[in-house]
Design a protein around this ligand. Sequence first.
Ligand code: SF4
Ligand code: SF4
Length: 412
Amino acid sequence: MTFVISVADGLGVSRKMGNKDYSVRQLMELEACTNCQACADICPAVSAAGSGELSALFRMKGLKEIVKGRSGFFHKIFGKRGLSEEEWEHFSDASFRCTLCGNCQEVCPVGIHLKDLWVSLRQDLVHSGFHPKKIDVIKENLEESWNVFGEDNEERAEWVEDMQNPPDDGYLRDKADLVYFTGCTAAFFPIAQKIPIALAEVMDASGVDFTLLGEEEWCCGFPMLGAGLMDLFREFREHNIQAVREKGAGKIVFACPSCYQMWHEHYRPAGIEIYHASQFLADLVRKGRVPLKELDMTVTYHDPCDLGRGARVYEDPREVIRSIPGIAFVELPRNREDCRCCGGGGNLEMVDAKLSAEIAKAKIDEILSTGAQAVVTSCQQCVRTMITYVRRNKISLEVLDITELIQKALNR
Ligand code: SF4
Ligand code: SF4
């Protein structure tokens, strides 16, 4: 593997946007890399594509060139003129072919906050004008429709009509103790719509008073993080917090780990408790509020990157699975902080669907090695990525969100 980005002499594109997209800590971290390659060895994109250019190490080297190429000091001393247009494009392409799974950060022996760095780098690439065309589509969708897919936002809660016994009010209540924030993927993708249906049925069976936000739910902002579009974020954040406050709710639950993480790290609304569905379900099960019957199944569990490495929620989903009588649970060879990404993160599917499917293949192979009948996860995007791969390749494996597993076990 070679990790070289050459610097064009004389003809370089001087993208002197400044290094304002990086914190001082991040600029210092660039110098801390020891070239150990641990990040390259663990990277799912590197192994799926067979290219070291997708590794954190390659990106670190390129980023150093960019940062130094903008510095007046380096210009004077070394005559550096920055990367050529072609080099910028090549570097940008490699930088967006990453799932933001955070596995590189987990193994980096000097503790570089690599995932944060990739987010800042994407912001820089957008500001510098070197980003995949798909990013413009994402931006347009968000600005015009308040969701990442460009769907009519008034249809956010239409999945309720597909329930066996939908309530007359469609779960759109003026006031409630708890808001269920569905997220764009579960709201608009038919494969993922089974998840909100399952969670709503489980909450009904457990006597939980909740409401949806309907069209007042806007994208949580996570795709903006992955697309380098955080300039848009503030308006979405303020709108969503206001929408929850208007319901008088003191709690908010997410089946999507990315929405959960955004609210947990970037919203932090005073006086509102934030739960991922796996935590909320574990609490309901502990209190004996979920009527469960026996399920004769062998299942394994895939830790979603944003819930596992991102939010360190590892035990609640396992507790929920084990609470179901009759279930046999086997761990994946790589689990918890070492869990291999499914290929669905970082907007990768929109930028390079083939690479995303290659990463999914490695994940599904690992799952099949356990002999489990079903893989359970806690993320609508992981469910969508894994189901798509399993269906396309006619593989006999059930893919379930944790909410669907509990729905299956409901003793109605
Ligand atoms: S975040 Fe994941 S996909 Fe991206 S460079 Fe790190 S290990 Fe590779
Ligand atoms: S794991 Fe950390 S120190 Fe090692 S090459 Fe990657 S970024 Fe550098």
